[in-house]
Ligand binder design. Structure first.
Ligand SMILES: NC(=O)c1ccc[n+]([C@@H]2O[C@H](COP(=O)([O-])OP(=O)(O)OC[C@H]3O[C@@H](n4cnc5c(N)ncnc54)[C@H](O)[C@@H]3O)[C@@H](O)[C@H]2O)c1
Length: 275
């Protein structure tokens, strides 16, 4: 989608971090922006910043785990603008701790409900109307580099992000003939409030934080600038790129995983399984 000026972008989880970065990057390019977040104050604040670029920006309190809430967001967007050119399913959370500790049922349920079902709910609410529109449209799903490689201490997060990578790759194949572009964002550490995800956990923070929390929080704090990540996403939409990455140091880890998969593949397919 080469021309963004005057078009409409919807971003979930845009009150903070990477979502805010995307919303501002799209506003910077002359887009109308819809800021959706479970935190109304931060959503309002990002919308105010986006409006300063000169186009319309609205905010909408949205819980991505709730399909009806996403439906309400889509109704609001189509009432206000009549179309959605870019939908970014970005809201996400994480817990910290080893699966062997073990994790609680609620750790699993909460992370999957936001990071995976949140993306699914966004697609269910918006895709039919987007596909019915003439012209180009684009879906951006936020996964993580942890959606492409094993990452200790964040098991449910990894499970959710692998799923988001897979569904985005598949949607891109299915949507190509319908003018639908798809991008999956796979960043490394970005300086956001992700380590403080518990602030939005239903029922409040769950007990004592894992000892892993401080270590991972420090890595996130030392991470990339979320505004620059937002601008990368904008460039990926303009170029219709499938993947967006942020950190060169992950290349060797990705290569090691792909090589080990292929080595196993070659081992097991050296002789065919009898029919
Ligand atoms: N920060 C990183 O290092 C990093 C790396 C890779 C991927 N990501 C991904 O980036 C995305 C954005 O996270 P971030 O790092 O900017 O963190 P963040 O906490 O700064 O922003 C996440 C936003 O999502 C919102 N949110 C949480 N639960 C919600 C819900 N149920 N419904 C609607 N909104 C909800 C929060 O209020 C917040 O504004 C996530 O999907 C995350 O997994 C982050």
């Amino acid at each position: 989608m080469k021309e963004l000026d005057g078009k409409v972008a919807v971003v979930t989880g845009a009150g903070s971090g990477i979502g805010r970065g995307m919303a501002l990057a799209f506003a910077e390019a002359g887009m109308h922006v819809v800021v959706a977040d479970i935190e109304p104050d931060s959503a309002r604040s990002t919308a105010g910043e986006a409006e300063a670029f000169g186009r319309e920006a609205i905010w909408h309190e949205t819980d991505v785990t709730d399909r009806a809430s996403l439906g309400g967001l889509a109704d609001r967007v189509y009432d206000a603008f009549g179309e959605t050119h870019i939908l970014c399913n970005n809201a996400g959370v994480t817990t910290f701790g080893m699966m062997t500790e073990p994790l609680s049922d609620s750790d699993w349920d909460w992370v999957l409900s936001v990071n995976l079902h949140g993306v699914v709910n966004g697609l269910q609410a918006f895709l039919p109307r987007m596909l019915a529109q003439p012209g180009e449209k684009h879906i951006v799903n936020t996964a993580s580099i942890a959606g492409l490689m094993p990452t200790p201490l964040v098991g449910p997060y990894v499970a959710s992000k692998y799923a988001v990578v897979g569904l985005t790759e598949t949607l891109r194949l299915e949507g190509a003939g319908a003018g639908l572009g798809c991008t999956v964002l796979c960043p490394g550490n970005v300086r956001t409030r992700l380590a403080d995800s518990d602030r939005n956990r239903p029922g409040g923070p769950a007990g004592e934080p894992s000892p892993a929390t401080d270590y991972l929080a420090a890595a996130i704090e030392a991470g990339a600038d979320p505004i620059e990540v937002g601008r990368r996403v904008r460039r990926a939409v303009e170029d219709d790129d499938l993947y967006v990455f942020t950190h060169a140091e992950h290349r060797n880890l990705l290569a090691a995983r792909f090589e080990s998969i292929l080595a196993s593949f070659d081992k097991w397919t050296g002789d065919e399984v009898p029919a």
